[in-house]
Write a protein that binds this ligand. Structure first.
Ligand code: PEP
Length: 251
């Protein structure tokens, strides 16, 4: 069950090594003592055991950045939801644009991964968002609507109960150009309304985060919006001081 507090997720992407991770997590733990936020650290698969050993028994949770859509079997290179649970993961990022573009993940694939995570008690963090061309063409709601509706069509609106959707405009990821609070709020309202159209109760329990060049400066305004339930943070999660400041911006 997701608590009512805002959630800040660190996405380390393909960064880190044993020594750097230890240093970063020790600083996180030092700086994030008393907080109003849920903090989650999503690490590359090989470091799940390490992060578990550091964060077990603390108020920080951890997760992965992808999961297989299959239960188990002959799927070389894949990692199952049950394996993530074995290492104490509670969250998994699904459908990040860096994956869907580089590995041609379809909306159907992403939907199956989303349900697989749920079935195994992981909280899926579904990434949705439009490209710059799509925003300039004014079709961003159609694009995000299609990404959400694939899950609704295959599994029903109830699938979104107690899950997380992260609005990540592709033009804002890693570019230093974050969406304005107005742009993010408008899309967050659209996302909640879309899910409410399929299931009111699921929409009420859904958290909607913003991701895309979040930094300590823009976090204050973004995280003060009632429509924004938290943030997914890439680059600034690799700098403990910046990540701590972002977490401290949660009102
Ligand atoms: C991300 O990893 O989803 C992300 C938003 O990255 P950045 O904060 O670097 O834009």
């Amino acid at each position: 069950q997701i608590s009512g507090r805002k959630t800040i997720i660190a996405n380390w992407k393909m960064h880190g090594n044993l020594a750097r991770n230890q240093h970063l997590v020790e600083k996180y733990l030092d700086g994030l003592q008393s907080l109003h936020a849920n903090v989650v650290v999503c690490v590359p698969y090989p470091y799940l055991a390490q992060i578990q050993s550091f964060l077990q028994g603390t108020h920080l949770a951890w997760g992965a950045q992808n999961v297989a859509k299959f239960e188990e079997g002959a799927y070389t290179g894949e990692v199952s939801a049950e394996m993530l649970r074995d290492f104490g993961a509670q969250y998994v990022i699904i459908g990040h644009s860096e994956r869907s573009t580089a590995y041609c993940e379809s909306d159907e694939n992403i939907a199956e991964k989303f349900m697989m995570a749920k079935r195994h008690g992981l909280t899926p963090v579904l990434c949705v968002g439009e490209t710059l061309l799509e925003r300039e063409a004014g079709v961003m709601e159609r694009v995000v609507g299609r990404q959400l509706e694939t899950i609704v069509r295959l599994f029903g609106g109830e699938a979104f109960a107690d899950t997380i959707v992260s609005y990540e405009p592709i033009w804002a990821i890693g570019t230093g150009l974050a969406a304005t609070a107005e742009q993010a709020v408008a899309m967050h309202q659209f996302i909640r309304d879309t899910i409410a159209g399929a299931s009111k109760s699921a929409a009420a329990s859904l958290k909607i985060l913003y991701g895309g060049s979040v930094n300590p400066q823009n976090a204050i305004q973004l995280l003060h919006q009632k429509e924004i339930d938290g943030a997914l943070v890439g680059r600034c999660s690799l700098e403990a001081g910046q990540f701590i400041k972002i977490c401290q911006s949660v009102p």
